[in-house]
Design a protein around this ligand. Sequence first.
Ligand SMILES: Cc1cc2nc3c(=O)[nH]c(=O)nc-3n(C[C@H](O)[C@H](O)[C@H](O)COP(=O)(O)OP(=O)(O)OC[C@H]3O[C@@H](n4cnc5c(N)ncnc54)[C@H](O)[C@@H]3O)c2cc1C
Ligand code: FES
Length: 274
Amino acid sequence: MNNPYLPQVAKIIDVKDEAPGERPIKTFKVVLENGNSLNHRPGQCAIIGILGIGESMISIASSPTRKDCLEFSVMRLGTVTSALHECEPGDTISLRGPYGNGFPLDDWKGKNIVTIGGGIGQAPLRPIVQSILDNRSDFGDLTVIYGARSSHDLCFKDELLALEKDGPASVHLSIDAEEPGWNKFVGFVPNNLLEIKPSPENCIAITCGPVVMIKYVIKNLLELGFTDAQIFTTMENRMKCGIGKCGRCNVGHLYICKDGPVFSYDTLKDLPEF
Ligand SMILES: Cc1cc2nc3c(=O)[nH]c(=O)nc-3n(C[C@H](O)[C@H](O)[C@H](O)COP(=O)(O)OP(=O)(O)OC[C@H]3O[C@@H](n4cnc5c(N)ncnc54)[C@H](O)[C@@H]3O)c2cc1C
Ligand code: FES
């Protein structure tokens, strides 16, 4: 069994330009050099390290049902993520993890699932979508609502368009402002959610994206009749140790790294930030 605190050597086997927008996103396919798996759950994260540069917490963007590699979709932001964006297939990085609680997918069997993502926030939601597609008969209807600033900022566009065309899911993409050639929803993700109006009956809604988006998505889900316990989110507050020691990630009495990053709104609603 893996020790999640022990860095393991991993090799990058593929790099994809996922979203070439103003803040570019690349998806890295990675395998552990010892051939092991991280045995992660959807919604868990790993700490990616680059020797001599540093480490960053990143969501595992692939489902444990896809066993050939691990995928990470990373936005170029600062020191570590910029260095990672310079990496090529064949380069090695370090991986620690998995960290965090992950999504309780077993509890959601038999239910309809709606994911609501914004920007790079689709990365932790993608393993939910993949797990449901790989265990289709275990779940009810799957609805994917996803938006970004522009079409150049949308992640996983090809696979989501294929899913929209062929099913078995209902996919609703959006961008924030008009663009030539874009014939889908234009506007913010919470507004697209209100257009689609998913039914709360026997349904779980999971959202991830910018904090302001999450707030309005939750407000609109409540307006649509979802209860607090039917709404989940995953949080990406800054972290350092990842193990509940440094106090960098707390929101109220909760440590995102130790108690989360996945929370039901039931747990979050009394915190001042919400
Ligand atoms: C649980 C979790 C999951 C995450 N999943 C992903 C993911 O799947 N893909 C991805 O691209 N990123 C993800 N992040 C964010 C990622 O960890 C940071 O963007 C990254 O650590 C920045 O490192 P850096 O060295 O490149 O930037 P730094 O040089 O450390 O910082 C550059 C700038 O980014 C700001 N910054 C750093 N971390 C964060 C943060 N967490 N939130 C907001 N601003 C920040 C800094 O204040 C600074 O302004 C996740 C974070 C957490 C905690
Ligand atoms: S990251 Fe150190 S306590 Fe959470």
